[in-house]
Write a protein that binds this ligand. Sequence first.
Ligand SMILES: *[C@@H]1O[C@H](CO)[C@@H](O)[C@H](O)[C@H]1NC(C)=O
Ligand SMILES: *[C@@H]1O[C@H](CO)[C@@H](O)[C@H](O)[C@H]1NC(C)=O
Ligand SMILES: *[C@@H]1O[C@H](CO)[C@@H](O)[C@H](O)[C@H]1NC(C)=O
Ligand SMILES: [Fe+2]
Length: 481
Amino acid sequence: MNPSCAECVQLQLNFQGKESMTIKLLLLSSLLLTSISSGCAGLTSAFIRNEWPSVDIPLNNEVFAVPKGYNAPHQVHITQGDYDGKAVIITWVTANEPGSNIVRYGLSEGKYDFTAKGTVQNYTFYNYKSGYIHQCLVDGLQYNTKYYYEIGSGETSRSFWFQTPPAIDPDSSHKFAIIGDLGQTYNSLSTLEHCMQTGAQTILFVGDLSYADRYDNHDIGVRWDSWGQFVERSAAYHPWLWSTGNHEIEYFPHLGEVTLFRNYLHRYPTPFSASKSSSPLWYAIRRASAHIIVLSSYSPFVKYTPQWKWLEQELKKVDREKTPWLIVLMHAPIYNSNQAHFLEAESMKVVFESWFCHYKVDVIFAGHVHAYERSYRISSIRSNVSSSPSSDKSAPVYITVGDGGNQEGLANRFRDPQPDYSAFREASYGHSTLEIKNRTHAFYHWNRNDDGKRVPTDEFVLHNQYWGDSHRRRKLERYSM
Ligand SMILES: *[C@@H]1O[C@H](CO)[C@@H](O)[C@H](O)[C@H]1NC(C)=O
Ligand SMILES: *[C@@H]1O[C@H](CO)[C@@H](O)[C@H](O)[C@H]1NC(C)=O
Ligand SMILES: *[C@@H]1O[C@H](CO)[C@@H](O)[C@H](O)[C@H]1NC(C)=O
Ligand SMILES: [Fe+2]
């Protein structure tokens, strides 16, 4: 899985080729490969692009425009609604009155043979009053089918579509995109647009959605609304699987707001009860050939807490014969060699790392650090906590994609020297894709935002941790005869 030296050198040459008026290239001598004996050491990319300013797009920009007309549905987004992918939860907001909770849907555009009825709620946050937030479960769907749906009523009704995933099967292919720490700046818009160009069917979101908590008073709610409108272009058509970050906590005693995750929980439902979770903040789903576990970095997780007990049970349910791919999402990265948030997730590492290795998790995606980094397969379970991790074939690959492009800017100070566990790191904005081909192979890419273009920058073939080893491969050979 480690890139060969030739590939590393190729990568560096590519960076040089990208030099242009707007790109300042810095070749640091410290980047030269430090080891040529076995494969190559980790790479710190020398690419530095001119950032657009890390400021939020003004509210009057068209990216936040709410459709015209009385009570028009807006902030439309969908997520998986059950354990196995035969349901979606559709969420939308109406401004003027509660209106209809009905979703009309069917197999062809404009022909809605079925209906589902949802619920509506509203809430206040300090002196902000939300619109009417509708949530509707549409279930009993067929696999691998395109559905068209319509919400709202009369002239201001709006229609969208979504595609259900293939049935749960070890060889079902599926393309995921992974985004973290998105916010609502011009960089965020670039990330979102590039992600939409990849043809990813499902978006795995690793926390820190709107960054509305950086505003004051009434504007906090307003920026949750604008973000909902901002992501609608993707999230109304492709399910986003939500996880929370620190910017969702919103503990504001000075505003009298002390219920954690309040704005988030009113707006972004998850199918948590389908995996017997007691909280929307941690849950699991199965989709195509993947079992995806979502953890909450900011909820109790030490031994005996609800999240710990739930994860213990959920890991036992993972059946790699049915879903070969085991993916974990969390916000704070367990391995990260950036100065920003360094060692912040040590406590989660201590509690969960041995399980991740025991159950041979394929890959763990996190955000939080506003830069990109990928690790080799390493663990600290055979050493004591304070010692450095060592190579471990059972360990997951750790990938940090907190580089969605929010108003806090990039985390561009990596620790020096690059630790042995770090395979590739670069401080620029982007997103990842994971294209699962079958039970043994998935193609991974990290796509940098490069002045309006999507540039695949870091890539490797992810070999399945369960079906990839020689024992399973023999079994597979028997299976395919
Ligand atoms: C919710 O909407 C109703 C009906 O418009 C309104 O009377 C109520 O004050 C709203 N509640 C909150 C918490 O804003
Ligand atoms: C971890 O620390 C304990 C206590 O100091 C020691 O007994 C043990 O040998 C250490 N284990 C490793 C792998 O270093
Ligand atoms: C799985 O996909 C990889 C990559 O496309 C391909 O090389 C391999 O032959 C496939 N395996 C099977 C059993 O089809
Ligand atoms: Fe964060």
